[in-house]
Design a protein around this ligand. Structure first.
Ligand SMILES: [Zn+2]
Length: 264
């Protein structure tokens, strides 16, 4: 089989480290599976700094500093300045994760949706100011997300770990939003995602692991790492009735175009 080259458009190498898998090990496994580049995303100041270090230390690793809605508050002025500085780092390829999360939580009530939306608006302004794309986390908040995006400065936007059905995917595609699918696409229960992925054109379609979460079948429930994006790519190739090479080629070139990655 021809050698394939894949990109993992979204992972958390720092979280993987905390779960006992060193970045070196994850990167070596990825490269053995043909995963030549990966984007590791931060959700909080400490994670952003670790993501930056990992991108400085490893050639195929790029990073995105972010501020996850699960922080439950907006960044302070100093934290916002740090985000802005990280966006100017040569290995930083986008702002994110930022977004909206209205999913009920076991740990307590969700953060006020109005405050989440106002932070998202200000994060989109920050990305525009830095001329960087955004990586969006969205849970149970698709309509509000589109409303905020429609009313904000336009930057290239990736919906990470796409969730929703064909109709939401159409709404995303009509706005030229990039849709990135994670390993849950391969789950037997994911009829909605299967319908969604079928309406996303190759130029807007990316694959990610969201490592260490959401390991694709047949490894569901195990710790996910970037190499496993190959399983999701193989699944998608079979689903679409095309070769793995084709899926690898178009999802990688889409990721490179969005994040302006150098050739591997
Ligand atoms: Zn993530």
């Amino acid at each position: 089989m021809a050698e394939i080259q894949l990109v993992d458009a979204h992972c958390h190498l720092d979280e993987l480290e905390r779960r006992g898998m060193p970045a070196e090990e994850a990167i070596a496994a990825a490269s053995a599976a043909g995963v030549v580049q990966m984007v590791t995303s931060g959700d909080s100041p400490a994670e952003n700094r670790r993501a930056r270090e990992l991108a400085e230390e490893h050639e195929g690793v790029f990073f995105t500093p972010g501020w996850h809605p699960s922080n439950g508050r907006a960044p302070s002025p100093a934290e916002r300045r740090e985000l802005r500085d990280l966006l100017d780092h040569p290995r930083s390829v986008a702002l994110g994760e930022v977004g909206l999360d209205y999913h009920p939580r076991a740990q307590g009530p969700i953060w006020d949706p109005g405050e989440q939306r106002s932070l998202l608006r200000s994060m989109l302004e920050l990305a525009a100011e830095a001329a960087k794309p955004v990586v969006i986390h969205q849970r149970d908040a698709g309509r509000d997300l589109l409303e905020v995006l429609d009313a904000s400065p336009r930057v290239p936007t990736m919906l990470h770990c796409f969730s929703g059905g064909a109709e939401f995917a159409q709404d995303a595609v009509s706005r030229q939003l990039y849709c990135s699918f994670a390993g849950n696409l391969t789950f037997g229960s994911a009829a909605q995602l299967r319908a969604a992925v079928s309406v996303v054109p190759p130029g807007l379609l990316l694959l990610e692991t969201d490592s260490p979460f959401l390991a694709p079948q047949p490894l569901r429930g195990r710790t996910c790492h970037p190499a496993l994006v190959r399983l999701t790519a193989s699944w998608l190739a079979a689903h679409l009735g095309v070769g793995l090479e084709a899926v690898a080629e178009w999802t990688s070139s889409t990721a490179r175009a969005l994040f302006q990655l150098p050739p591997p």
